[in-house]
Design a protein. Sequence first.
Length: 238
Amino acid sequence: MAIYLSDAKTADFWTRFKYRFYPAAYVCDSIKSRITDKLESNWSLHCPHTTFLLARINGEDELLKVLENQGSQDPYTELRNLDLMRYRKILYSRVFDSIIKLITVADQDTLESLKEVKLNYKTSRLGVLVQSDGQALRTIRDKIYLVKVQRLHHRATVALKDLGKEPQFNSSIKGKFSAPINIDEELWNKTLETERSKLVQINLKRFIGELKDKTSQARTLLKVKEYTKTDTPPGTSL
């Protein structure tokens, strides 16, 4: 019996069992176990409390990658010599991208149950601590991923017309946004998905723009604190 209970597969079974049937008691652990493999190696997730998720990110390589993609021949030297304004611009861009990454890969119902979420993004020069909660992150996700059906239907119809198609709709069918009767279903669904992806990108760009404005409503969903490498960001020690 002892061997059976200590077996790795058995331990994994019981872990998944308790996360599934007792979700309220293991909110943070459940999220951590589900998304760790979906995140890059410079992320580390911690659960100081059942409903408290702490994400630590070593962002140095990400900033170097940004400079490299911008054509820098020596990103290491350029990063060290960047003026503070440009450094912050790149840094906060990566911080906000990390927030989007987190809310994208996490299960939304479980994420919403978190009472506290902290994301500590650290580089050799500056660090940024973002504090929020599950409901606020769910609101952010909805702002990005929810699209209006009317707008999606219109864009898909226009996209098909641009391909030389003339979508026709059965006016007798209840529901204003029915599928065209003369277009292959697979093509229509593919067009809808393509246009939906474009709308999500539009929403994402708009929201990131709002985040950069400290007076925007979007920033009320996130508390952002900057610190230097000699500081210890409050509330991130285990």
